[in-house]
Design a protein around this ligand. Structure first.
Ligand code: UDX
Length: 440
């Protein structure tokens, strides 16, 4: 199959490279010349484990191309994917769909022969209808179908998630009709290399598919927020949240994943998508109150995390030096979007603390967002001379720190572990004043 992928952001690039690896011929299109130049040189603009090798191998095999001018690729494509950004619109929290509609306009004039237009970007319910209307208006005779195919890729594990997904959701209207059936055939062929016994293709209506994406993210965000509140309750009553999570997670109806208590969820999806779902639901006068509360609780949690430094120290942070270990919203990414570290660092600085930090991949971006934080070359430099160290992101390298060395380097051995990667009894034995999340 021939695929045109509009947008070489996170989702477009990973999806394009993976479809090429499935054996399809993929052209990735972007309006940003510097991005295309970098990609053509083999430079990957984002940090995602395995993506550089995957791109290089498929470029070499002649299945993966990058271009500024997508006209030819779109004309020849069996499927054109729209994988452009849908950021939160300033002011009202709705998703900004201007890039999606601009892509639809561009595609409209280029459709040549039966073409499936696929929205991969996370778009509010009804956007597929709009995309269809835009194309139909611009090119009334075009032979096309608009399909929704949301992504469920986790940053840091995106290639595995693409190639071994729990399911692939595909939204096609009127699937029994002639064009619906043709669209189904194209989508089935695109995903044929998946082991379909393990990764079913779920064909549903287009609006249903659009909603599944938001419902999945909102549910996961709610699950995390639930365990975070249980963690607070554990601290109040003297219980251990990790045991609570295990105790409930073994119940198959609940499941053990996404029950790690922490500083609150961040990233490019959960904060944006929960807010957009809340707005859609309000617009349709069918409010999703659980998700409204989830958004509020999570925002408040991220802001409150800095307060733990004072409670652990038993003193004001003004004049103290605090080390932050990890800045990205989660490990194995360089993404700083809505990272809890931003709220934590800003609150500490506002309260008069000096903050220094180390992150394996995120410091370049973090330095722009947190100009008052001193970036250090490694975890040991970051903790040197500090009154307290805070583990904010659970990078693997923070799981095996030389704790004796840390203790010697710090002014006093106080460690706040917002990801519960160490054991309280072990830390006490090593002479640390230690505080985790939700552990009695
Ligand atoms: C998420 C979804 O998992 C993915 O399916 C969707 O397509 C995009 O959004 P991502 O944002 O990359 O992926 O990261 P994820 O691993 O889901 O983590 C999101 C946030 O939740 C992170 O801040 C993480 O630290 C936090 N989290 C996750 C917890 O605090 N506890 C958990 O148990 C799991």
């Amino acid at each position: 199959m021939r695929v045109a992928m509009i947008g070489t952001g996170y989702v477009g690039l990973v999806s394009g490279a993976c479809f090429a690896d499935f054996g399809h011929v993929v052209t990735c299109i972007d309006k940003d010349p510097s991005k295309i130049e970098r990609l053509e040189r083999g430079e990957i603009p984002i940090f995602e484990p395995g993506l550089d090798d995957l791109v290089a191998a498929n470029v070499k095999e002649g299945r993966l191309f990058f271009t500024l001018d997508g006209a030819e690729a779109i004309r020849r494509a069996d499927a054109v994917f729209i994988a452009v950004g849908t950021p939160t619109r300033r002011g009202d929290g709705h998703a900004d769909l201007s890039y999606v509609y601009a892509a639809a306009e561009e595609i409209a004039g280029l459709i040549d022969g039966f073409t499936v237009i696929v929205t991969k970007s996370t778009v509010p319910v009804g956007t597929g209808d709009e995309v269809e209307a835009v194309i139909r208006k611009a090119n009334p005779n075009a032979d096309f179908v608009v399909v929704s195919n949301p992504e469920f890729l986790r940053e840091g594990a995106a290639i595995g998630d693409f190639k071994r997904p729990d399911r692939v959701v595909i939204g096609v209207n009127d699937i029994e009709g002639e064009t619906g059936a043709r669209a189904k055939a194209v989508m089935s062929e695109l995903y044929r290399p998946l082991n379909l016994n393990e990764s079913p293709l779920l064909f549903v209506g287009r609006r249903t598919s659009e909603l599944i994406k938001y419902a999945a993210n909102a549910f996961l965000a709610m699950k995390i927020t639930f365990i975070n509140e249980m963690a607070d309750l554990c601290e109040a009553v003297g219980a251990d949240v990790q045991q609570v999570a295990r105790g409930i997670g073994l119940d198959k109806r609940i499941g053990s994943k996404f029950l790690h208590a922490g500083p609150g969820y961040g990233g490019s999806c959960f904060p944006k998508d929960t807010l957009a779902l809340v707005r859609t639901a309000q617009q349709y006068e069918s409010p999703v109150r659980l998700i409204e509360t989830t958004v509020e609780v999570n925002d408040a949690r991220k802001k409150a995390m800095a307060g733990r430094v004072e409670t652990t120290l038993g003193a004001a942070v003004a004049g103290k030096t605090v080390a932050l270990l990890g800045l990205t919203f989660k490990p194995n990414t360089d993404d700083m979007r809505d990272a809890p570290s931003l709220d934590i660092a800003q609150a500490l600085i506002a309260a008069g603390a000096q903050v220094q930090a180390f992150d394996p991949e995120g410091m370049h971006e973090a330095a722009k967002l947190l100009p008052d934080v001193k970036m250090k070359a490694n975890a040991y430099d970051a903790v040197e001379g500090c009154d307290v160290a805070v583990i904010v992101t659970e990078w693997d390298r923070f799981r095996a720190l030389d704790l004796d060395r840390i203790k010697l380097l710090m002014k006093q051995p106080v460690l706040i572990d917002l990801r519960n990667i160490y054991r309280p009894d072990d830390m006490a034995r090593r002479g640390f004043k230690y505080s985790g999340i939700g552990r009695g």
